[in-house]
Design a protein around this ligand. Structure first.
Ligand SMILES: C[S@@+](CC[C@H](N)C(=O)[O-])C[C@H]1O[C@@H](n2cnc3c(N)ncnc32)[C@H](O)[C@@H]1O
Length: 306
């Protein structure tokens, strides 16, 4: 008698998804994979890969899900690539999540992971009154994730997103269309804030620019070598070259009462040493992450004093 569900596979050939995932966890650990592109441990990575392969939503419990032999084969094939090529899961599927939203990614765009997402969801409160924010710049937009999430969180805001990489901007444009925010987000190619209209004064400038010190680039785990060099390298010997230039641009580009939100990752100490008198606040994130400072426009007047 044929299977009324349409799947004629014998019951014994099925496997619970949890069993399959536990096997992946063991293989990921044995292969010493590096995490940091959406997850931070082998178990979450294995679930991420398995659910993404099956196209199942992440917000449900799939432990008891019956895996067919075809599904198992598909998951194993993806796991094999994850291990052999050290390819981050987001690149395997061409999609990453940021602020609860899906974004297309490819080898021309960094995989979104900035803790700044938490500030975006709060409309940058309490660092600035969200009601007074009309214009935001996202400097080094990559996939467009920060610009697009900001536009969706703050529907009355205009967002200007820049990047030096034309290839990244092609992906960002597809993400802008996908999320229906073309009326709010303007993508511009060029260096830092230079491509923005001359007289425009910004209420918020957000930047997640390359900040890996040049000497550390070659020591990054293999997973990072799949990301565009332009997204990691550019900060010079101490990782802060682009941030230096941006600080100076913000002196004239931020509106009175405006705010700079800037990620420097593990460059916090180097930044403090370079700018001992700049009254930045290092944001404490509820969901983890660090290395992001906020700075009010008025404080930038102290830049000349170091
Ligand atoms: C660390 S990635 C961040 C991408 C995205 N904002 C995110 O958080 O996922 C840095 C981005 O800055 C871009 N970039 C590098 N130098 C730049 C510059 N001088 N001006 C504008 N963008 C730059 C890179 O092409 C890359 O897309």
């Amino acid at each position: 008698m044929s299977d009324p569900g349409g799947d004629s596979t014998p019951r014994a050939a099925h496997l619970r998804l949890e069993e399959l995932v536990l096997g992946l966890v063991a293989r990921f650990r044995a292969a010493s994979l590096h995490y940091g592109h959406g997850t931070d441990n082998a178990e979450d990575e294995a679930w991420y890969l398995a659910l993404a392969t099956l196209g199942l939503p992440f917000d449900r419990d799939w432990r008891e899900h019956d895996v067919t032999p075809a599904e198992r084969q598909a998951i194993e094939a993806m796991a094999e690539r994850r291990i052999r090529e050290r390819l981050p899961v987001a690149y395997l599927f061409g999609e990453a999540w940021f602020c609860g939203l899906p974004f297309e990614v490819n080898g021309h765009t960094l995989i979104p992971r900035s803790p700044v997402s938490e500030l975006i969801e709060a409309g940058f409160h309490p660092w600035i009154d969200p009601e007074r924010v009309r214009s935001v710049a996202d400097v080094g937009t990559g996939s467009g994730c920060i610009a697009i999430a900001t536009a969706l969180a703050m529907p009355d805001v205009r967002v200007f997103a820049t990047d030096v990489s034309p290839e990244a901007l092609v992906v960002a444009a597809r993400n802008v269309a996908r999320h229906g925010v073309a009326n709010q987000v303007t993508l511009l190619q060029g260096d830092l804030l230079n491509p923005l209209p001359e007289g425009l004064r910004l209420d918020v400038v957000v930047a997640n620019l390359p900040y890996v010190p040049a000497t550390e680039l070659d020591d990054l785990p293999a997973e990072y070598r799949h990301e565009p060099r332009l997204a990691l390298d550019g900060g010079g010997a101490d990782g802060l070259t682009l941030v230096d230039s941006l600080l100076h641009q913000c002196r004239t580009r931020l509106a009175a009462g405006g705010l700079l939100v800037c990620e420097v990752g593990d460059g916090m100490d180097r930044f403090e040493a370079r700018y001992p008198r700049l009254p930045v606040t290092w944001v404490e994130f509820e969901n983890g992450g660090d290395g992001v400072f906020v700075l009010e426009a008025a404080a930038l007047a102290r830049l000349g004093a170091g």
